[in-house]
Design a protein around this ligand. Structure first.
Ligand code: NAD
Length: 249
């Protein structure tokens, strides 16, 4: 069954990792997808690779500055011009941090908040008038298990994901009247480039704390996004859905 038949979705950070898995999952479920990369070349490359896998995929790529709501409004308006609407926006692009507080540079703190938080605000601000005009929509944000537990270094990252949860819950309350659902998925440790960058012993220590005995796969996370994006979740808004194998850190 195609859960997103005839839907149009925009997925930020869609060139690799969790975002790419979401893009594939949405395409396999009948959606038209516009993926956003940090550069046009990486967006084009991801689109070309997807089309090589399946020439029927309705996918294109853009690279707008995610933290600027005017730029995002222009980008999403172009999507509406081309495909008729934006039903689903996935604010997924994100970066992590590991510095201790004493080494943490002010500009690095700004950088993480700009992408992980301000881009969620800007993308949502841009999408809302277009979704309202169309009678509703779905906004999905990528949070993290660190939004529940914090983490012992790189405090900007959990701070940003606590903020993502705050945006999710607040905007769900604000936008319910407009038939716009806002939810987040909080992945645990998931096998992407972000995790490949971690020292092996750190990953082994993390797995020891996961009752399901393994790290998550991008597809585990994408399945949760699919559910929340679909009409199966029509009465779910303001939720932060953990996809972390019951990790207790
Ligand atoms: P990744 O590094 O594999 O991919 C990050 C994506 O974000 C890429 O598509 C990249 O192009 C995009 N991006 C990075 N900087 C950007 C910028 N300045 N402007 C625009 N786009 C930019 O990471 P991932 O693991 O797939 O992470 C995706 C999301 O999942 C992030 O929000 C991350 O915080 C979250 N997350 C990841 C894990 C994990 O274990 N991998 C766990 C919890 C949450």
């Amino acid at each position: 069954m195609e859960l997103l038949k005839d839907k149009v979705a925009v997925v930020t950070g869609g060139t690799r990792g969790i975002g790419l898995a979401i893009v594939k999952k949405f395409l396999d479920n009948g959606a038209t997808v516009v993926l956003c990369g940090s550069r046009q070349e990486s967006a084009d490359k991801a689109v070309a690779e997807l089309k090589e896998k399946n020439s029927d995929y309705k996918v294109s790529g853009i690279a707008p500055k995610l933290s600027n709501s005017e730029v995002m409004y222009d980008a999403l308006t172009k999507v509406v011009d081309e495909y008729g609407k934006v039903d689903i926006l996935v604010n997924n692009a994100g970066i992590s941090a590991r510095e201790g507080i004493e080494e943490y540079e002010d500009e690095d703190f700004d950088k993480i908040l700009e992408l992980n938080v301000k881009a969620v605000f800007a993308g949502t601000k841009a999408a809302v008038p277009l979704m309202k005009k169309a009678g509703g929509g779905v906004i999905l944000n990528t949070s993290s298990m660190v939004s529940i537990y914090g983490q012992p270094s790189g405090c900007g990252y959990p701070a940003s994901k606590f903020a993502v949860n705050g945006l999710t819950k607040s905007l769900a309350r604000e936008l319910g009247k407009d038939n716009i659902r806002v939810n987040a998925v909080a992945p645990g440790v998931t096998r992407t480039d972000m995790v490949a960058a971690l020292p092996e012993e750190m990953v082994a220590r993390i797995v020891a704390d996961i009752p399901l005995g393994r790290v998550g796969e991008p597809e585990d996370v994408a399945n949760a996004f699919l559910f929340l994006a679909s009409d199966m979740a029509s009465y779910i808004t303001g939720a932060v859905l953990s996809v972390d194998g019951a990790t207790q850190v």
